[in-house]
Design a protein around this ligand. Sequence first.
Ligand code: ZN
Ligand code: ZN
Length: 410
Amino acid sequence: MKAVLVICDGLGGRPTDYNGKTCLEVANTPNIDELARRGITGLLDPIKPGVRPGSDTAHLSIFGYDPEKVYTGRGVFEALGIGMDVQDGDVCFRTNFATVDENFNVLDRRAGRITEGTDELERALQSLKSSQPDVEIFFKASTEHRGAIVLRGHGLSGQITDADPHKTGVRMIRSEPLVDSEAARRTAEIVNELVEQSYHILKDLPINRKRESEGKLPANILLFRGAAVKPDIPSMEELYGIKGVGIAAGALYIGIARAIGLETKRAEETTGGADSKIINKAKLAVEELQNGKDFAFIHLKGADSCAHDHDAEAKIAYIEKVDEVIGYLLDNLDWDDTHLAFTGDHTTPVVYGDHVSDPVPVVFVGPNIMPDDVERFNERSVLKGGMGRISGRVVPILFGYCNWLKKYGA
Ligand code: ZN
Ligand code: ZN
């Protein structure tokens, strides 16, 4: 048996999207509709009714983990997602290259959307050092202003506030402990020390001198946010005895896949943006399943980004690209022994431009599934679906159809 999960990020919409219809209703999606015809449909509350999901917590819940128990924060997924090593007890942060003036007033949280020369900044930041000799520091730059930092040592805590004011025109703020513990106090102190050090390391680098001479903002400080210790998550292999692959382009999703023990692969010419060649993800998934993997997770980011940008036309066009991905899977998977689930990780309506708690349509297809009589796949048609309304746990339901679940009780 094989299993495939396709997540179209931010898939769900509202009737206010486009002349009384959702983007998914407007889009021309013959292949996604074919899934509905063959399978069982319903509505998914990614975490539970009335919870507005982040992408990270929603994915954990869809994979069958309880985010209230295992979620520690976003920083760890970002660090894993850009290929950093994360060990038990490490504290991870997302970082931004930012611009401050000499009084530490924040002028730009993204250093003028810096695109070039971040490798030079990364090299210079290898000299970051804690005054506490037992704590090691690892920094890695990723795309544009983004990066991640990992603190390694005994007695560290993720229970600290961001060293990031989250707005411009104000002074930098210090990280503070969120709980009354020596570990939290010590970690906050180390972060504050590293922020100040980053300014002294970065401010006079040649790349920043050059940026200033060109009228650009220098990348002269690191902002720290999303502190998180490595979560205690049993892997898919431990839970189900299966080997899986995660195919994603965005760092967060690669990181989540690594955190649950999936091998991660990047398909050619995929970017995480709306221009990504996402059909290559379907091709790679089919290859991986043919080469022995039991489970493939495909993440498709673009619909969510278009909805954050309030762009209904772009979201519709992207969903039509997703339809081609599903078309490839329909043509190339072995449907005698494959089960597939297709859904979104949350609803992102184009008018609101951010995630909301509304449920998102879901469909399961495969030989062991009793189909309902829904023939189109969208927020309205699946109201009549046989799956009803479920909360998270899409992957355990999918694996149940594959006969991969251990019995609960005798
Ligand atoms: Zn999302
Ligand atoms: Zn989003």
